[in-house]
Design a protein around this ligand. Structure first.
Ligand code: ZN
Length: 503
């Protein structure tokens, strides 16, 4: 074979594969009865001889964890082989007390599948290699004394929490594509409710294998595994940094070392941690304490029947069924609860409405509340985004709000004010409007009276208007609206002002 020579003019193709570890939402751990809700728990309070790795303890497979993994596989288009088994992955790091991790080697629960993504390189299909099930490890907390001596603390609570590893093929071609793939993966996992998939809490963790190869070459280059990213932004940045680092080495005529590098959030750089293990370093062998898993085709089909409508399908249906713009439908289906809240409100708001155009207008109004002001309110409080289950506002409140606005009972300005109150109190919009007298002022005499007051109080704006600056009327309209606390129609207010000023 001819030696490949690289120079500064050689163009490289980015090759990225992602390994995502996802904690499965189960009551108990993977192989024992301890609670897997360890987050925020007192260290070493969720432990037993099994998950502490005492000799002679026998693991028992958590059926729910197996089903959640299969369900994930079905959502991602994987095939589910009829037989699967657990293996021991041996390694000496102290985060596993047994000296090995129960994982899956050559017969994982799910094979193939993939995700259709759309990023900077257009629409592309990222294939999955496999999804396997394993146990999470204990947490090591590294500490240092004031005089400089270091030590480690061990919290075994996380050890044995069910963990699935979703391994992509090296099909990703840019950092942006990796970001979109991860977001879609998280969205799917949340839709099917198998995991919180929360990167900050460690229930969704990603390692990236990054390599470069000259454009046109089929053979993969030497890959570097990048770890320690704790946000989507960090993953993208780590991949970009690694691409730049490898490109510089290759352009300088150097060669890439196969290694594991840690991402440092503060600097955005990666640093070498260790040379990467090969699979044979782990001396995998079948787990002798667990029987193989046989999954009947009927069982797989029964699980498939429980799959909810997935994000892409739901987005497409919402677009068609409610005549929504792609971007709106996309936002409305970001989470399952968001989509459900929208659809519930869209049904309620159209009860008794027969005219198709009126129905569409009302549905669109619901959509705009949900992705506009409501989304803003859900975000504003406490940094993170609160789910619909955590707020006082309900879909029926939104339907009421739209009905009040569409019927002219309240103005758009008042509706926003009412929404804030509903959000804070959980009171219904109808009750708020009645109690606080927020109904639209339709009494022309009252609007007329306020208009003349405003004219009397603002001689400067009046002379500007009459001196040939028609835009000065906007200021006066604003004053009328302020006096009426937004409860009048702005056009009616403008007409009343003109009657006085022009007449
Ligand atoms: Zn346990």
């Amino acid at each position: 074979m001819e030696r490949m020579t690289t120079t500064a003019t050689t163009k490289y193709e980015v090759v990225v594969g992602l390994e995502v570890h996802v904690q499965i939402k189960t009551q108990s751990k993977m192989f024992c009865g301890c609670s897997s809700a360890y987050f925020d728990a007192e260290p070493n309070s969720h432990v037993c001889p099994v998950c502490m790795g005492m000799p002679g303890m026998l693991p028992v497979i958590n059926r729910r964890a197996v089903e959640a993994t299969v369900l994930t596989g079905l959502a991602l288009g994987c095939t589910i082989p009829p037989r699967s088994k657990f293996d021991r992955k041996n390694y000496p790091y102290p985060d596993l007390m047994k000296g090995y991790q129960i994982s899956q080697y050559d017969q994982p629960l799910c094979l193939g599948g993939g995700l259709q993504v759309e990023a900077d390189l257009g629409a592309r299909f990222i294939r999955l290699e496999r999804i396997h099930l394993e146990e999470d490890t204990a947490r090591l907390l590294h500490r240092e004394e004031a005089h400089g001596e270091g030590y480690s603390l061990l919290d075994v609570n996380r050890s044995g929490v069910p963990l699935m590893e979703i391994v992509s093929q090296p099909d990703i071609r840019s950092a942006a594509e990796a970001g979109v793939y991860l977001r879609m993966l998280r969205q799917t996992l949340r839709y099917i409710e198998v995991s919180d998939a929360d990167m900050e809490k460690g229930s969704f963790r990603c390692d990236a294998n990054v390599s470069l190869r000259p454009v046109g070459q089929e053979e993969y280059g030497t890959k570097v595994e990048v770890k320690n990213m704790n946000s989507f932004r960090a993953v993208q940045r780590a991949i970009e940094t690694e691409i730049d680092r490898q490109t510089a080495i290759l352009h300088a005529g150097g060669r890439i070392e196969q290694e594991t590098r840690g991402y440092i959030d503060a600097t955005g750089e990666t640093a070498s941690q260790r040379s990467k293990e090969q699979a044979h370093d782990y001396r995998y062998f079948p787990e002798p304490d667990l029987p193989p898993i046989a999954i009947a085709a009927e069982h797989v089909e029964a699980l498939r029947a429980t799959l909810p409508e997935l994000p892409d399908a739901r987005r497409a249906r919402l677009e068609a069924q409610y005549s929504l713009a792609f971007a709106d439908a996309h936002l409305l289906t970001e989470t399952r609860t968001e989509a459900e809240a929208f659809e519930e409100a869209a049904v309620l708001v159209n009860v008794g409405i027969t005219d198709a155009a009126a129905q569409q207008a009302r549905t669109r109004a619901v959509a705009h509340w949900v992705i506009g002001d409501v989304a803003r309110l859900r975000r504003a409080e406490g940094g993170g985004e609160r789910d619909w289950s955590e707020i006082a506002l309900t879909p029926s409140h939104i339907a009421e709000l739209v009905t009040l606005t569409e019927s002219g009972t309240i103005t758009g300005t008042t509706a926003k004010e009412v929404l804030d109150i509903v959000f804070a109190t959980g009171q219904s919009p109808v009750a708020i409007v009645a109690e606080r007298g927020l109904g639209q002022v339709r009494d022309d005499a009252e609007i007329d009276r306020v208009a003349s007051e405003v004219i009397a109080a603002n001689p400067k704006a009046v002379s500007d208007y009459q001196g040939g600056k028609p835009s000065a009327i906007q200021f006066l309209v604003g004053q009328v609206m302020r006096q009426l606390r937004g409860r009048a129609d702005a056009n009616t207010a403008a007409e009343a002002l003109r009657r006085h000023l022009d007449g």
